[in-house]
Design a binder for this molecule. Structure first.
Ligand code: ADP
Ligand code: MG
Length: 339
């Protein structure tokens, strides 16, 4: 089969995507597929995969003039181009805006190219943390208390400060639609609030202030209609930010998580239920903070989680006895079946 691996993109997670794509291209090759590598941010100026694969993730999101200058229209010209003329499947391993939020998915729909992962609507909802939380509540998945506002639509600082005070300190300030902890800050006191809001507003139109959940961090990968073993994530210091996500040795991953069987089954069941409630399919990952009250508070659902060989979903799959190549094979097969 001829598979186009879509990677890169113009979100701050560009290099995370490229790093995942590298392993996927190799796995697809091992499975006997022909692959082409396509970076939709480059439009008509595609480069050889060796040029893309020489990039590294780094310990912070890139501030890249090249990326800032990229035109969103490139996504359109890329998908319209002859690159897709004889492609059987697009394997999307883009993260963040335009890649994980339903945009590229809708272009591929219009082009009648089959693609991996969740569809347009589910991708858009899962990328929107506030909308997702409203659905979590509707479906009985616990989620931490929060306040959200649209940039420039409410008086800052008065009203926002007042709402933050109701939520209490520490709290967590996030842009509504980014990933990899980009522009997320744990705010210890009111004096730090403004700076955190400024940073989040640089990355999103909608900002949320969420109650800090003291406790443990757990995540559940999903493959098809099966939840994978729970992973507990323990960053060596601070929280699970970009640096702790992508720098080797800065975080411990315990898989299967050292929790009792009934709790782990409960988390897995809750993860699958929540994933399906948002309309997601094929593969993904559901992030939780388990409070000291024993309640798993759902943070978010990722429809295109990191897929380097050491990323969380492949780690969880390995604990279930599945190799990285088998995971990639499953994603291809499920996607072709529309599951
Ligand atoms: N309410 C919270 N309480 C405690 N830690 C949080 C909370 N929200 C986020 N975090 C920390 O920030 C990280 C990233 O948050 P998350 O909502 O999953 O966004 P992202 O899409 O960037 O992964 C989490 O993995 C966790 O370490
Ligand atoms: Mg997360």
């Amino acid at each position: 089969m001829k598979i186009a691996v879509l990677l890169g993109g113009s979100s701050p997670e560009r290099y995370v995507s490229i790093s995942s794509g590298k392993g996927i291209v190799k796995a697809l090759g091992d499975l006997g597929h022909d692959t082409i590598v396509v970076d939709p941010a480059l439009g008509r100026n595609q480069v050889p995969e060796s040029a893309l694969f020489s990039q590294t993730v780094g310990d912070r999101p890139p501030v890249d003039e090249f990326m800032a200058a990229m035109s969103p229209r490139n996504y359109l010209t890329t998908v319209e181009s002859q690159l897709f003329d004889d492609v059987d499947l697009a394997f999307i391993i883009l993260h963040g805006k335009w890649g994980e939020d339903g945009t590229i998915q809708s272009l591929l729909e219009l082009r009648s190219v089959k693609y991996t992962g969740s569809g347009v609507t589910a991708s858009a909802i899962a990328m929107d943390k506030v909308m997702s939380k409203k659905l979590f509540m509707h479906h009985g998945t616990p989620t931490a208390e929060w306040f959200d506002y649209r940039k420039n639509s409410v008086p800052r600082p008065e009203l926002v400060k007042q709402e933050a005070r109701k939520i209490g300190y520490p709290n967590v300030v996030k842009p509504n639609d980014q990933g990899s902890s980009v522009a997320i800050n744990i705010v210890g006191s009111e004096s730090e609030l403004d700076r955190a809001l400024d940073e989040a507003e640089e990355f999103s139109e909608v900002i949320m202030i969420e109650k800090y959940v003291t406790g443990a961090e757990m995540t559940v990968g999903i493959l098809g209609d099966e939840p994978l073993p729970v992973i507990e994530i323990r960053p060596h210091e601070g929280f699970y930010d970009y640096k702790h996500k992508y720098t080797k040795g800065m975080t411990d991953y315990l898989v299967p998580a050292p929790i009792d069987k009934s709790f782990s089954l409960k988390l897995m069941e809750m993860a699958l239920k929540t994933f399906s409630a948002l309309g997601c399919k094929t593969f993904g990952r559901v992030d939780f903070r388990v409070g000291t009250d024993g309640i798993p508070y759902c943070l978010e659902v990722n429809t295109i989680p990191g897929m380097t060989e050491t990323s969380l979903v492949p780690k969880a799959a390995a604990a279930a006895g599945m190799s990285f190549t088998e995971v990639v094979d499953r994603i291809v097969k499920l996607s072709l079946e529309g599951k």
